[in-house]
Design a protein around this ligand. Structure first.
Ligand SMILES: C[C@H](O)[C@H](O)[C@H]1CNC2=NC(N)=NC(=O)C2=N1
Length: 93
């Protein structure tokens, strides 16, 4: 199990366009239509399964919110940062 990151480490390692919200890091992605968001959520789910690290995914009209935290560690770890980076690389932003 990964160790909890310090406030300073989270600040330094949180990818651009992601923000910290308590024990989570979060980003909301915008899409041109609902189904593009649904497809993105599917892709995030596949990454989550491959990493065995599962975000909260909220699908709304033309946007998808991704929230990451490490439940077992009780906060934000390298696993969350890595997942955010993988999602960013897939999104191509
Ligand atoms: C038993 C435990 O749920 C598993 O080891 C994995 C599954 N996916 C997970 N996902 C997240 N976000 N945090 C975890 O601690 C976690 N643990």
């Amino acid at each position: 199990m990964a160790d909890l990151l310090s406030d300073e480490e989270i600040e330094a390692q949180c990818p651009d366009d992601w923000s910290r919200d308590g024990d989570e890091i979060v980003r909301t992605y915008e899409f041109d239509d609902y189904l593009r968001g649904v497809n993105f959520a599917q892709m995030v789910g596949e990454i989550a399964e491959s990493q065995f690290h599962h975000p909260e995914i909220v699908i709304r009209y033309e946007e998808v919110e991704i929230r990451l935290t490490s439940h077992e560690a009780g906060g934000i770890t390298e696993d969350d940062i890595e997942m955010a980076e993988l999602i960013e690389s897939e999104r191509g932003e």
